[in-house]
Write a protein that binds this ligand. Structure first.
Ligand SMILES: Cc1cc2nc3c(=O)[nH]c(=O)nc-3n(C[C@H](O)[C@H](O)[C@H](O)COP(=O)(O)OP(=O)(O)OC[C@H]3O[C@@H](n4cnc5c(N)ncnc54)[C@H](O)[C@@H]3O)c2cc1C
Length: 508
């Protein structure tokens, strides 16, 4: 498997569960690509239903239900509200039709409509002018990079190998068929060749690069989606809120996540170099701020309220639509000279995408059987199964969902006071210690941006906790002082350029 996002991780796990000897390589960190930069929703996607993508919506809501059952604490229920305004679409009746179809596809009745006077109690501060009311429905939210990591850890428990910071440079072919890859380790600089019966190219937005080596294929249209993160107290919402952007009528949202509020997202052609980490532009910041100000005029939200920003590249399969938002979002698979490439799709449907890839793998490994038997797919662990000390039930569930069977270890290795939350977030101090000790952290950014999300949830990238982080890194990773200083310098530069607000982050 080439690519350590949710797609590669999903295929790795499904392959290893079926007894295949499977290995995954990722050029940067696990989930470094789009899979740590999504909108964090595990959902059917009402917008897909609006444009009649029935199959994608049905598959997604069914997977949502499965994930909610199997990994609570990592994939959790979240109420969504959609405000309706006089003279604006969608109105009450079209929302009702849409949500009825949505619930029918999921097999669960989970929506209702509130008139304006009740709706404003659910969302204090919402723009009152022209408000007719709003619809409420149920979806789910996750920590996307932790989801990738959980899937990779399970694959490893089935015997798979997963390496970060290893790049696939060139495909190796024999008799016109791909039989391996020449790889390079970014840390040691060493090169090697890996041979396999099947090579899967799960490199998302980068997929055409490897495809070009065998077929010249260029189907990916990279679209950038950017988000803002605010401290929860500045936009205190208990449920997600969807609305149509007042400027262009695109669906946009505000979402409570990990003790903060996420606002997103844009959808623009991304014509920059894919090797340069994606970042938000000033125009995108202004576009999203305009939406917040429209929906919550009384909050007086300003640019200076933003905690952090992030951008992801959607690997959409270009079918020539003028408007990027009109391109279809389902996945595609190409089999070219034995190379199986997969791109597109959603975080939510990663398991179904993985099964689809494996069905193509059976052409080359006929003894493999790929049946979706409908049983449990995650190793489920009850939050009652590990010692908890002072942890409340929601934190126990968080640990069980995020770490599966390793939740016990996270608790076991916690020092005094580390089973407390890092102030202003839901993350425990113990999670930092565990990640540094056991979760393949190579750089400081891996720890603060993907194993935990503290770099996005704390002011100025988490500068206030760096002394503590230094102690866990020096102990868990053996970093000497000069390595620590280099890591901090690199992290601060990256944060300024890719996670801050353009033009305003000189202080960090
Ligand atoms: C803005 C935005 C919001 C989204 N919101 C949602 C949402 O709310 N819910 C949802 O379900 N889906 C959402 N999605 C879609 C979802 O995030 C993506 O479909 C999914 O993350 C893609 O995963 P992937 O593994 O295919 O790609 P990626 O996560 O990008 O992984 C590909 C990996 O391949 C690596 N790679 C590339 N070239 C090489 C090489 N030569 N050697 C080794 N490694 C290589 C890259 O470094 C990268 O990490 C969103 C997408 C975007 C952009």
């Amino acid at each position: 498997m080439i690519g350590g996002g949710i797609t590669g991780a999903g295929v790795l796990r499904e392959a290893a569960r079926r007894g295949l000897r499977a290995a995954l390589i990722e050029q940067r960190d696990f989930a470094w690509g789009t899979s740590s930069r999504s909108s964090k929703m595990v959902h059917g996607g009402l917008r897909y239903l609006m444009v009649a993508h029935l199959k994608l919506t049905r598959d997604s809501v069914r997977e949502r239900e499965r994930l909610l059952r199997e990994i609570p604490g990592l994939v959790d229920q979240l109420g969504f509200l959609f405000s309706t305004y006089r003279g604006k679409r969608p109105g009450r009746w079209s929302m009702n039709v849409l949500l009825t179809a949505y619930d029918l596809l999921a097999g669960r009745w989970n929506h209702r409509y509130y008139p304006a006077h009740e709706y404003t109690l659910l969302v204090p501060g919402i723009r009152p002018t022209g408000l007719k009311g709003g619809a409420q429905y149920g979806d789910a939210v996750t920590d996307d990079s932790r989801l990738v990591f959980r899937v990779i850890r399970e694959a490893q428990q089935y015997g798979a190998l997963a390496l970060n910071y290893v790049t696939a440079d060139n495909l190796i072919t024999k008799k016109e068929r791909v039989c391996g890859v020449a790889v390079r380790d970014a840390v040691s600089g060493e090169s090697a060749e890996i041979f396999a019966r099947v090579v899967v190219n799960a490199t998302g937005a980068w997929a055409d690069r490897l495809r070009k080596q065998v077929s010249g294929g260029t189907d990916i249209r990279p679209l950038r989606g950017s988000h803002l993160i605010f401290p929860y107290w500045r936009i205190p919402i208990a449920q997600a809120i969807g609305l149509m952007h007042p400027l262009d009528g695109r669906p946009v949202f505000l979402l409570p996540w990990e003790g903060a509020t996420v606002v997103g997202c844009t959808d623009l052609d991304h014509d920059q170099d894919l090797d340069v980490e994606a970042r938000i532009t000033r125009q995108e910041v202004d576009y999203l701020l305009k939406m917040v100000d429209y929906q919550f005029p009384s909050l007086g939200i300003k640019c200076g309220d933003i905690l952090s920003t992030y951008s992801g590249i959607r690997p959409v399969i270009g079918r020539g639509a003028l408007d990027p938002s009109k391109e279809k979002r389902d996945h595609s698979i190409w089999v070219e000279k034995g190379l199986i490439s997969v791109s597109g799709g959603k975080l939510t449907t990663f398991r179904l995408i993985a099964l689809d890839v494996l069905r193509h793998v059976t052409r080359f490994i006929p003894e493999l059987t790929v049946k979706d038997r409908g049983g449990t797919v995650f190793h489920m662990i009850s939050s009652r199964e590990f010692p908890t000390g002072s942890l409340d039930s929601s934190l126990r569930q968080r640990l069980a969902g995020h770490y599966g069977e390793e939740a016990r270890e996270v608790v076991k290795f916690a020092r005094q006071g580390e089973l407390e939350r890092v102030p202003g977030t839901d993350t425990l101090w113990a999670e930092l210690r565990w990640a540094a000790r056991a979760e393949a952290v190579v750089h400081l950014e891996d720890l603060l941006l993907r194993r935990t999300r503290l770099g996005m949830l704390l002011p100025e990238g988490g500068v206030s906790i760096l002394d503590y982080v230094r102690s866990v890194c020096q102990e868990g990773l053996g970093w000497k002082d000069d390595r620590w200083h280099r890591e901090v310098y690199a992290y601060r530069s990256l944060w300024r350029e890719c996670y801050g607000v353009p033009g305003t982050n000189e202080k960090f």
